[in-house]
Design a protein around this ligand. Sequence first.
Ligand SMILES: [Zn+2]
Length: 540
Amino acid sequence: MFKIEQKISKSLGRAGVLITPHGEVQTPSFVAVGTKATVKSLSPEQVKEAGSQIVLANTYHLYLEPGEKIVKEAGGLGKFMNWQGPTMTDSGGFQAFSLGVAYGSKLSKFIGNESPKQEEIDEAYREERDKKAKITEDGVEFKSIIDGSKHFFTPEKSMQIQSDLGADIIFAFDECTSPHAPKEYLKEALARTHRWAERCLIEYRKNHPTPTLPEGEGAQRGTFGYHTTDSVTWKNLQQRVLEMREKPTPAENMLWQHLRKNSTKYHFRRQHIVGNFIVDFVCLEKSLVIEVDGDIHDYQKEEDKSRTEFLNKLGFYILRFKNEEVVENILKVLEGIKVGLKALPFGEGLGGVSSQALFGIVQGGRYEDLRKESAKVIGEMDFDGFGIGGSFVKEDMATAVKWVSGILPTDKPRHLLGVGEPVDIIFGVENGCDTFDCVAATRMARNGTLYTKRGKININNAKYKNIFEPIEEGCKCYTCKNYTCCYLSHLFRSKEMLAATLASIHNLYFINSLVAEMRESILNENFFDFKENFLRDYKV
Ligand SMILES: [Zn+2]
């Protein structure tokens, strides 16, 4: 599921590709935050056009409203919100923290220079601790921010909700502690988070059982079910696959032209190798194989019986159509496929088994020993990737990330949770993080704070009233290509809805371009030049 393309020499950073059932993510990558299954003020098309490859939604919010069962019935998070690319959900743990312990106080994720005084912190900490969230060994009890009703999250419950929400990447349930919590408490919370991680894995395996694979037939469970054969078989059959793709039968070609355009709303692959077989078309997300029978050149079809048995054993469903059916009435065939897709549940069969990846979360606050211990314990567990969570002393974020990245397995992806300021991303990438999510880019945009290569500006500042230039000369975002500062300034002053949209497009584009340029610089082996240039101009 994760391929490293190029490492940054003398550092832990790398550029790679994260493979999910809904497409690939070129890393490093910034994950757009769509808290309630929408990136505020933007349509999915605008999010995509701003360069986003992947969207994260919040488990806590979607659980409260509209409820995970509704999202499941709608076809999962991506379908529900009409985002066709990869998706993530967080575990709900951070909200138990931010809407619980730190709720309403001055406490935040980072300890910055503007931190409140220690006495204020202790006071707030004591006051808020039991106000909205109560943490026990079993889980977290919290009050809904919507109606004050009581709810209880356990690691198991978080896994069940996230399984229903159906994102491509989900996170283990963790306790995100206050940056001001005493070390003794952090230790206790960390040990609990590690026990919760194990419980998450156990529950996850229940929802995603590993199928019994027929032996010796070259089948292998790969993360996401993308790798449905072993590398030797793949090499042997790949040439044949290419030939078949090169010279499809008229029926195959006709069907492919429809399937590739997403006319079924699902992603299909053609001539995909499963075990020793090449199937005509497959939707891994739904474990549905489509076979067009009667191809003259298909030598494999003679082994139809063993082929069917094999595929069924792996949990694939097979819909067969005759050549003539496809050629004579393609619409009827597509209708049949759509009905089949609709009837099939998510998360079953091989495609489904591996259609969600589970990331474990490393905690440990600002303490080196705790961070390293957490990286070791979580890193040894059977997760598909890792999230680095919790609070940092802002200036030391890079160091904390380095402690952790140095211990986590190198071949698995690492996500830095809730960090998305340009400078933080640069240091995060250098120290081994592949993906980042943060509400800051879009939240600040809605308040009129915009990124430029020289630092942030506030469009509400009076001087922008009569600047007839875009936010940033040379920025290729939709907003900068079409609008001036004075117009944006006017929209913000008039509290027009379009203000939030145009500003969000620019900020999202800015961050996405930053990570894309960083990726290029890693591939071209000049990351440190890029970093130096960026930091020289960018004023915090
Ligand atoms: Zn722009």
